[in-house]
Write a protein that binds this ligand. Sequence first.
Ligand code: GAP
Length: 424
Amino acid sequence: MEKIVSLCKRRGFVFPGSEIYGGLANTWDFGPLGLALKKNLKDLWWKEFVENEENIFGIDGGIILSPKVWEASGHVENFTDPLVECKKCHKRFRVDQIKDLKKCEECGGSLTEPKKFNGMFRTFLGASEDKSATAYLRPETAQAIFVNFKNIIDCFHPKLPFGIAQIGKAFRNEITAGNFIFRDLEFEQCELEYFISPGVWEEKYSYWLKKMRNFAELIGLAKEKIHEREHGDSERSHYSKKTIDLEYDFPFGRKELWGFAYRTDYDLKNHSQKSGQDLSFADEENKRFFPHVIEPSMGVERTLLAVLCEVYFEDKDRVVLKLKPQLAPYKAAVFPLLANKPELVRKARMVFDELKPTFQVAWDDRGNIGKRYYSADEISTPFCITIDFESLEKDDVTIRDRDTTKQQRIKISNLVEVLKDKLK
Ligand code: GAP
């Protein structure tokens, strides 16, 4: 983990949040390469869970919703963890995460009795700061979907089953120190609420579970490191009838990667009752009922961490991230063999400009070629393209494969097609 954290910082993937002020626990900023990797991951999720499926509608709902949403959804009442507080150093601990419920792990002070602590971030609407002005930053993206259920029905008239998907920020007032970006105060979720007739939930549950497992494979996570764990009655969220966590073998242990819940008609029913709006659905025989919901939910940062743990390799003389090409921030890097030979630089620029409209490409002319390969491997660039003296005569380049380190010569006129093919 230390090596991954250090590479992420050194190479512009992830920086500690508010670092110049000594940092802020469990917050992180994403640099250019982290941003690109995150974007590629989200795009792939959207393609798989929205575009390649039928009848899935995307939305981009608000982060701040009416406080009534969180009352109806049960989060004000139930989105809580029992905590104890040290009477001496005032540090708080989650009851389920400490061994001794009497003594503080940090300073040895005595602990209070457990108290419920709500994990939602609070803020105030308007100028007043009293209780009536309290609002919350959403702790899951799902509720913005449920409150737009009727809008989607009215605009698109879908038949069951159909889904509404969203990618966006969620916020949780986590008090447990996270392992790097595993547990954050703010993070992104890719969520799908899939609306079904109640009678078919088991079949649909299996379908989406398989889809999640396939997605894990698609992004390069090893099958044997993914495990299903069903929640027991006491652990399951207040809205769920069945939850399976897909867990991953992180270097710091086996932990939840994604959540997968059967939310029944809990949310639509409650929002219907509390808002006074009819959120039931009329089937083809005009029978009205509340659709049930299957929910695959993926945290983007946590997935990114799993992927980084999976693809980090050290060979004898290099560090390499073997990301699937679709996820790699750059698909190729272009090098003039020598930076002080204008004819090489000119030709390399021409190749770079030719590739740029089609691929994310990087330019590097610093140091010697070995150093450039080292640097490209570390950030997972699948192909390095070098323009050497032979290129000037033959109008070709060398293309070096990140994983095998083998090189071949390719005509510049074929380069775009060859790269497209290799990146498939
Ligand atoms: N709407 C359902 C829901 O929010 P969850 O299991 O609480 O379910 C879903 O969260 C996913 O969001 C988790 O499996 C994880 O990937 C991610 N996640 C949750 N809390 C997180 C946190 N504090 N930091 C990073 N990711 C988090």
